[in-house]
Design a protein. Structure first.
Length: 315
């Protein structure tokens, strides 16, 4: 396997791990997690639309009316994933949050393969895949239980370290992770419809942006979220703008890497990159996140999680 492609996959995975930290800075500056999500998703949509225009495939949007309606909804997964990252990273830390995302991603992938859902080729029940999924869940549980810090209150004085609150945040992390393979399966169907990967990515992020804009408008009308303070964006560190670029890079890289090194290697390497970057973020308190020293239990959880991912990739 080309070492350059291996390095690219690891880098893309590592960037995903810091995406939520960048989005958290944007959320703090804007004063609204939903507003920050909409802004970053819009940036990603604009970047991918520009790439599609350069590649000469943007005109493929004319084929959208002929696609099945559910083929158009993949972008909702990005909306959930990015918003969950903003909400979870300062409550659970980078390592625990990414552990939940990866666990949800792996469990959903096994379900899609086993049941043949959303157009995915059915491979049936594989004992090795099931064992891998169970190991992933065990690793995720160990990481979350080893989490040392207390969950910080939410913007509106939400739950802190209460067990029920932590369980709710954990379920959100699992759901957000599960949304990624579901989104990939839906977007794969749209890719067949359009035969234009960059255009599919741009449309997916446009759907996500629209969804978050609608949610933001509804919450503002109900007075359930603060009005975004765009005037404070000048205080944002430069890397706080990278969330949208990272999302666009991930979608582009996955489309390019899959034909070169295969789906199993792409998923496995990006997951490994996520975990390694999360270790560094937590250990050194990078990107203005709280420093959470790595205990033996947390490292053991990471090892279990990666072992489970490796088992799943063997199927």
């Amino acid at each position: 396997m080309d070492l350059l492609l291996v390095g690219a996959a690891l880098l893309v995975g590592g960037l995903l791990a810091v995406q939520a930290a960048a989005n958290l800075q944007l959320s703090t500056a804007v004063g609204s997690p939903v507003g920050a999500s909409a802004l970053q998703l819009g940036i990603a949509a604009a970047l991918l639309a520009a790439l599609a225009a350069v590649a000469g495939t943007l005109a493929a949007v004319r084929l959208l009316p002929g696609a099945e309606p559910w083929h158009l909804l993949g972008g909702l997964g990005s909306a959930l994933y990015i918003t969950a990252g903003i909400l979870l990273f300062h409550r659970l830390g980078a390592l625990a949050s990414v552990g939940l995302f990866v666990a949800g991603q792996m469990l959903a992938s096994v379900a899609l393969d086993t049941l043949g859902l959303l157009g995915v080729h059915r491979v049936g029940l594989d004992p090795v895949a099931v064992a891998g999924a169970l190991v992933v869940v065990a690793g995720m549980a160990l990481i979350v239980r080893a989490h040392q810090g207390r969950a910080a209150p939410g913007p509106a004085g939400g739950p802190g370290a209460a067990a029920g609150g932590r369980a709710g945040w954990a379920l959100l992390g699992l759901a957000a992770g599960a949304a990624l393979p579901v989104q990939a399966a839906v977007n794969a169907q749209l890719r067949v419809d359009l035969d234009a990967p960059m255009t599919v990515g741009a449309f997916s992020f446009a759907v996500a942006t629209t969804a978050m804009a609608v949610v933001l408008a509804a919450l503002l009308r109900l007075r359930r979220t603060p009005r975004p303070r765009l005037g404070r964006l000048r205080r944002l560190p430069w890397w706080g703008w990278l969330g949208g670029a990272v999302g666009a890079s991930y979608v582009t890289a996955v489309f390019l890497l899959l034909p070169e090194i295969g789906a199993a290697a792409t998923i496995g390497l990006t997951v490994a990159g996520q975990q390694l970057a999360s270790l560094l973020v937590d250990q050194f308190g990078l990107l203005r996140l709280p420093r959470r020293p790595l205990t033996r239990a947390r490292l053991a959880g990471v090892a279990l999680l990666l072992a489970g991912v490796a088992l799943i990739q063997l199927t």
